[in-house]
Write a new protein. Structure first.
Length: 290
C-alpha cells in the first residue's frame, strides 16, 4: 500500500511539471528537481550526496551532479593516482602537476598526465621512483609503466642484493645464474649460493662451507639436499677452533686428545686434553680442557 502511494506521489509531481524538493521521495534523479540527485530513495543536493564524498561529484551542471577540481583534490584518488582535476563526469589527471604529487609518481614513476591518467613517460621519472631502486623497474614502456630493460637495472636493485634476482628475463628481474645468487646477502650469510628453479639455495659443498651451520656445527658437506657433517670433521671451523674433529653419529665432536691437539684451544689456551660427550662438564659435543 505504501509503495502505491509513493508511486502516486511521483506521478502527480510529474503531471504538475515539477520534481521532488530536497528530502522528497524518488526512484531516480529524474524524479528530483533540477540540481538535486536521488540517493537512498530521497532527493538530496549534490554537495551532500555520497557521489560527492566518494567521486567528487559535488557540483551541479544542467541538472546533473558533476565533479569539481576542489572536490577531486580532496579525494584519496588524488593523492594515490593523481586524479585531482575534474575531467568531464569524473576526476582525472589533467596535468603533470596532478601526477607529480601522487603515490604512483613517487613509487612507480607514473608522473606524466596522458588522456586523464598518470603514465611513465620518461626514463628519469622511472629512475627517480622507489620501484627502480627496489625492483629494478627503471625504464618506461609503451603501456605507460616502468619495467626493467637491462641486466644493470636488475643488478642495482635491492631485490638483487636481498634475494639474487639480478638477471633480466621475460621482462622482470629473476634468479637465473649462480652468479646472481652470489651477489645476494643470503649467499654470504646462509650459503644460499646456487640458483635452483628461480630461487637461491644450497646446492654444493662450497655453499655449505659459507653457512652458519658449518661454522657453528661443522655441517660443511652438501648431502641429500642439506648441509651435513659427513664422515670427516677435520677440515671444519669447529675442529680448528674447539677440537671437534671427529664425526660421531653425524655430529662433529671431541673424541680424543689428538682432536684437541689440532685445535686453537690447545695451541693458544693449552686445552689439549679431551673430555668426551657424556663425561663431566664435557657438554653435548665433548670439550678440550687443560
Amino acid at each position: 500500500m505504501g509503495r502505491r502511494i509513493f508511486g502516486w506521489v511521483l506521478v502527480m509531481a510529474a503531471m504538475m511539471g515539477c520534481g521532488q524538493a530536497e528530502g522528497g521521495p524518488c526512484d531516480s534523479q529524474d524524479d528530483c528537481r533540477k540540481g538535486l540527485t536521488c540517493e537512498k530513495l530521497l532527493c538530496t543536493t549534490c554537495a551532500e550526496s555520497m557521489g560527492c564524498k566518494t567521486g567528487g561529484l559535488c557540483g551541479e551542471r544542467d541538472g546533473r551532479c558533476v565533479p569539481t577540481d576542489e572536490a577531486c583534490a580532496r579525494l584519496e584518488v588524488c593523492s594515490y593516482a593523481g586524479n585531482c582535476s575534474a575531467i568531464g563526469d569524473h576526476c582525472g589527471a589533467k596535468s603533470d602537476a596532478d601526477c607529480a604529487k601522487s603515490w604512483v609518481c613517487a613509487n612507480e614513476g607514473r608522473c606524466g598526465a596522458v588522456e586523464g591518467t598518470c603514465r611513465a613517460n620518461t626514463a628519469s621519472d622511472c629512475a627517480a621512483a622507489k620501484r627502480c631502486a627496489e625492483l629494478g623497474w627503471c625504464a618506461p614502456e609503451e603501456n605507460g609503466l616502468c619495467r626493467p630493460a637491462t641486466h644493470e637495472h636488475c643488478r642495482q636493485s635491492k631485490r638483487c642484493r636481498d634475494s639474487g634476482q639480478c638477471s633480466l628475463q621475460h621482462g622482470f628481474c629473476e634468479v637465473v645464474t649462480n652468479e646472481d645468487c652470489e651477489r645476494a646477502a643470503p649467499c654470504k650469510k646462509l650459503g644460499w649460493c646456487t640458483a635452483k628453479q628461480g630461487t637461491c639455495g644450497l646446492g654444493k659443498d662450497a655453499d655449505c662451507a659459507r653457512s652458519p651451520d658449518c661454522h657453528s656445527e661443522g655441517r660443511c658437506k652438501f648431502i641429500n639436499g642439506r648441509c651435513e657433517t659427513g664422515d670427516d670433521c677435520r677440515d671444519t671451523p669447529v675442529c680448528r677452533k674447539d677440537g671437534r674433529c671427529s664425526a660421531v653419529e653425524g655430529v662433529c665432536s671431541v673424541s680424543s686428545h689428538a682432536d684437541c691437539k689440532r685445535s686453537d684451544a690447545c695451541k693458544k689456551h693449552k686445552k689439549c686434553r679431551a673430555r668426551k660427550p657424556g663425561e663431566r662438564d664435557a657438554g653435548p659435543h665433548g670439550s678440550c680442557v687443560k
